[in-house]
Design a protein. Sequence first.
Length: 183
Amino acid sequence: MENYKEKLLKLLKENDVIKFGDFTLSSGKKSDYYVDMKKAITMPEILDTVAHMISEKIENENIDKIAGPALGAVPIATATSLISKKPMLMIRKEKKSYGTSKQLAGELLEKDTVIIDEDVTTTGGSLLKAINVINENGGKIIEAFVIVDREEGAKETFEEKNIIFTPLLTITEFKDYINSNDA
């Protein structure tokens, strides 16, 4: 079996997805690194690796749907749906003002078990909003997967809500990989 985690670390490094320097995040907070996941999720090999990692973790679980909040997680959910053969849901940032006025695209049935994908988490706040949309529409979130966890509170946020939180990588693992491979 292929070591997808090692492959993901290598791909993120080779494609300069995690940059080190002085950055201002969308929250306004300063950081000494930036995770450019929008770049990563446009690359087929990275998406394929991530989708295989998630699909392996859920293959023996009773999962009905794979959800991804717009914009960053939609390619991840799509790729995971293709590999796992499970239908997907897209979660809009807000309800449409036209048509069906739904915040969800895809068919969510009452009591469907759902995993949710995300590209990167800091505190987990935006992912929680997406999870609430699934819960309010009758689904049940089983687990939240994220490609990179910045380790700034998301794990604790999800523990408080009793949601399994599974980062494929943490920023610490990535920094350790960079340091061990630059030696």
